[in-house]
Ligand binder design. Structure first.
Ligand code: HEM
Length: 288
């Protein structure tokens, strides 16, 4: 034990000396930059300022911090030069058009989605997607989250309320787009992507509603599978694809889980990226 102790200390001391020696050598070799010269030449600075500048210039000479910072600043300004001006900026309006707050609804939908992804990821660590037995693993894991997991009930509540916010704000965002006539040429494609997002958002909510596999979820699943089964032509296929069969089984909850945590997030994320990219390229429609 004591041998190990001394070997360890000897090793640490060796590394410290090696690093110190390398730094000393490097500081001789490296060309000193303006900032380092400034630090060395001035005597007026306090210890904190001198140390900060010294550390900064040490990092800067090695990792070109200032160069990268200036480069990203350039990229930022270039991007923003292409960003469309808002209606108020373009016409130098002194008053705020009183419908403008409704233009935040798309952003609120996006924010809700981000919150849902974060809380859903944490819930997914504890949730077990199994419908077999009574209580099923799905139900038992929900009980665990609600009663035993620290902050579990808050996590679930935030996920639940963010869903409500998202469904409401997506719908109201659609109304805003409709009533301001923003769906017209040249924004037809974004309207269609929006329609897909609206349906996917509702289906997102529905698939999550089934996951606790309690009697509420079971009731909703009965309604859903009956709707799928009774669709003309594709009824059986739709029920099998969505509910893992034409009647409810324990596998239904596993299928809904996969749809909820993989298929829908991937599609919705891609569509939101395209949707926002198109808004960025085309700019926001002016009120008619
Ligand atoms: C996940 C759902 C959605 C998200 C995150 C989202 C996000 C956004 C954002 C941030 C904007 C910028 C302007 C604003 O916020 O009002 C926007 C614009 C737009 N959205 Fe959505 N949206 C969603 C769903 C929809 C739906 C359901 C529709 C219609 C069916 C739609 C159609 C449009 C159109 C046409 C624009 C351009 C509006 C304009 O230029 O004034 N979006 N969206």
């Amino acid at each position: 034990m004591t041998t190990m102790f001394w070997i360890l200390w000897f090793f640490i001391a060796f590394v410290v000396v090696l690093v110190a020696f390398t730094l000393r050598k490097e500081s001789e070799d490296m060309p000193s930059r303006d900032i380092l010269r400034a630090v060395e030449s001035t005597g007026k600075m306090g210890v904190a300022e001198r140390s900060f500048l010294w550390v900064f210039s040490w990092l800067d000479t090695r990792f070109r911090l200032q160069d990268y910072w200036n480069m990203s600043k350039g990229a930022y300004y270039n991007m923003h030069r292409q960003m469309p001006l808002t209606h108020a900026e373009k016409y130098k309006l002194r008053i705020i058009w009183y419908w403008y707050p409704l233009y935040c609804l798309g952003g609120i939908s996006f924010l809700s989605f981000i919150i849902l992804v974060i809380t859903g990821t944490v819930l997914g660590i504890y949730y077990v997607p199994g419908g077999e037995g009574d209580p099923s693993p799905a139900y038992a894991s929900m009980q665990y989250i609600m009663t035993e997991l620290p902050f579990g009930y808050i996590l679930r509540a935030v996920h639940h309320w963010a869903t409500h916010f998202m469904v409401a704000s997506v719908f109201l965002h659609m109304c805003r787009v409709y009533f301001t006539g923003a769906y017209r040429n040249p924004r037809e494609l974004n309207w269609l992507i929006g329609v897909a997002l609206m349906f996917l958002t509702i289906f997102f909510g529905y698939s999550g509603y089934l996951l606790p596999w309690d009697s509420l979820a079971y009731g909703a699943a009965v309604i859903g599978i009956n709707m799928a089964n009774s669709s003309p032509l594709i009824g059986k296929f739709a029920a099998t694809a969505l509910f893992s069969g034409t009647s409810l089984t324990p596998r239904t909850v596993t299928r809904m889980y996969f749809i909820h945590v993989f298929i829908l997030p991937v599609i919705v994320t891609l569509l939101i990226i395209i949707h926002l990219f198109i808004v960025w390229v085309q700019g926001i429609a002016e009120p008619h």
